[in-house]
Design a protein around this ligand. Structure first.
Ligand code: SF4
Length: 355
């Protein structure tokens, strides 16, 4: 396919891209082609989800984890990390503060930590829901009964990244786990009526561009309502410490392609992207992103949720996080959304039902 044809495809409404188009754009070093990709993503983002940016408050309430993911700075093999667990009352108090500050969604995140029982988590969910916010869970792989009870308790969404669609790479990076099991969990979550989020890591050692294209196509085929795409950031205390970080330009191309493939999906400008490149989040907002995830974990704990180095050291409290993000977004010409963001999702479902 000639470059001209690919550029014309990017200009189409909506753009229709084949797997080989995606791979070509991922590999591209042509400045004009890349600029066309970002412009098309920005245009599709505006039409699909508008200019508003949704702010999500993340509470990382435990950094204990039973898994050994090779890239992760809180994996169970790490000995030099201060481990913490927030008490349920502390989690709920932080969530209520986030709701008062203006956040419409609270994300409850932890390592795969079975210390919190199914019932304890359900109680936390009920208490947080009473503050009038949407609740997203990001608690990893758990039994179906846990997912079901939490959904009954009022949880709206579940974020479970598949990280890579390459099953062999997945197995190498996640000892004792399989991609098939992860996808089964995502199926279960969707069957329970959760709005599901999933996504990948860009720049993993041994990851081919073809596999990144498959990641994008997998996100689309799963019908995810949020696509979380972030760079690989090597952590010095993990087996991948000596590897090269994911390249910002490549992460942005993956993000832009995700927007073209899924016009109404929620697409965060990730914190990790802001860590590897100072202007990473601003560039992500111009390449299709419409969500910011803000860490509101209280200060005694935050610095210890160190899934990658350099994370969680900004020290802003809940109210400051909301206000700073609003000011920063105003400077980007993007308003803060005042709703939880379900409108786009409902429209996505309606569109899928019609298709
Ligand atoms: S990526 Fe998640 S599941 Fe894996 S070690 Fe880190 S916190 Fe645990």
């Amino acid at each position: 396919m000639s470059e001209r044809t690919l550029l014309e495809r990017l200009e189409a409404d909506p753009p229709t891209l084949s797997r080989s188009d995606i791979i070509q754009l991922l590999a591209s070093t042509d400045a004009q082609e890349i600029e066309s990709l970002f412009c098309a993503a920005d245009r599709v983002r505006r039409r699909g989800v508008g200019d508003q940016v949704h702010l999500r408050a993340i509470i990382e309430f435990s950094n204990h984890c039973v898994r050994r993911c090779a890239y992760c700075g809180i994996n169970r093999g790490r000995r030099d990390l201060v481990r913490y667990r927030m008490a349920p009352e502390e989690i709920v108090a932080t969530a209520r503060r986030a709701a008062r500050a203006g956040f419409r969604t609270v994300v409850l995140q932890s390592g795969d930590d079975f210390h919190y029982s199914r019932e304890t988590v359900a109680d936390i969910i009920r208490a947080v829901k009473s503050a009038g916010v949407a609740v997203t869970l990001s608690l990893g792989e758990r039994p179906f009964q846990d997912y079901r009870l939490w959904r009954q308790a009022g949880a709206d969404r579940y974020l479970l990244k598949f990280e890579t669609a390459d099953a062999a790479l997945y197995a190498r990076l996640h000892p004792g786990q399989t991609l098939a099991q992860r996808l089964r969990c995502l199926e279960e979550l969707a069957s329970l009526g959760y709005q599901t989020g999933s996504g990948n890591i860009v720049g993993l050692p041994g990851q081919a561009l073809q596999s990144l294209a498959d990641d994008l196509l997998l996100m689309r085929s799963l019908g995810v309502e949020m696509a979380a795409i972030g760079p690989f950031v090597p952590h010095p205390s993990t087996p991948l410490s000596g590897e090269v970080p994911g390249e910002t330009g490549l992460v942005l191309r993956v993000l832009a392609l995700a927007r073209l493939l899924m016009p109404r999906v929620h697409l965060p400008a990730t914190t990790a992207l802001g860590t590897v490149a100072g202007d990473g989040r601003a560039r992500a907002l111009r390449a299709g992103a419409n969500v910011l995830m803000l860490d509101v974990t209280p200060a005694p704990y935050r610095e210890h949720y160190e899934i990658y180095p350099g994370k969680g050291r900004d020290g802003a409290g809940v109210e400051q996080a909301w206000q700073q993000a609003g000011r920063w977004l105003a400077g980007q010409g993007r308003p803060v959304a005042q709703d939880a963001g379900d409108g786009h999702l409902a429209a996505t479902r309606a569109g899928m039902a019609r298709a």
